[in-house]
Design a protein around this ligand. Sequence first.
Ligand code: FE2
Length: 184
Amino acid sequence: MQKVDYFKIIQNHIPVYSLAYRIYVPHVTLVTAKAIKIAKKLKLKPEQIRFIEEAGMLHDIGIIKVKSIKIGCLGELPYIQHIIEGRKILEAEGLPLHAKIAENHIGVGGLTKDEIIKNKLLLPQRDMLCETIEEKIISYADLFYSKNPKRLFMEKSIKVVKAKVKGLGDRQQKLFDKWYKQFE
Ligand SMILES: [Fe+2]
């Protein structure tokens, strides 16, 4: 598999001297480092670990299209749509597998069509669920880091993550408990 120059892609979409870039790079780096640690523990193959590195570094690229002033994102769209915008960006870059992770990293292992409808989320009404182990590991690792500038570098405690996951519903809570046993 050809290596992806993820910094080139990041810099093509997020201006280097922007606040968004200064939030984006530490966030995705921390998530990727945690994901790689898990992948190594699970003895994934080197090509799987390389894919996690690339997809982890690109998973939130869609934030540049949303409006979230505190993290320097000056787009028009609601925050939740960073997942579908990220998918579009990475598909346009010719990276359909990385694009899937941009979409399904949200929450614990993505969202079901029912959850999107029930919570009136401004997203297409279809399942967006993690399928591969690489996708699951990135979605899990992402739960431990915020893009809030004040907490950017601080890994959340398991207690904090569990409390957040509890609010996401039964499916996500059960899946998180399963992943916690598997990944930690
Ligand atoms: Fe993230």
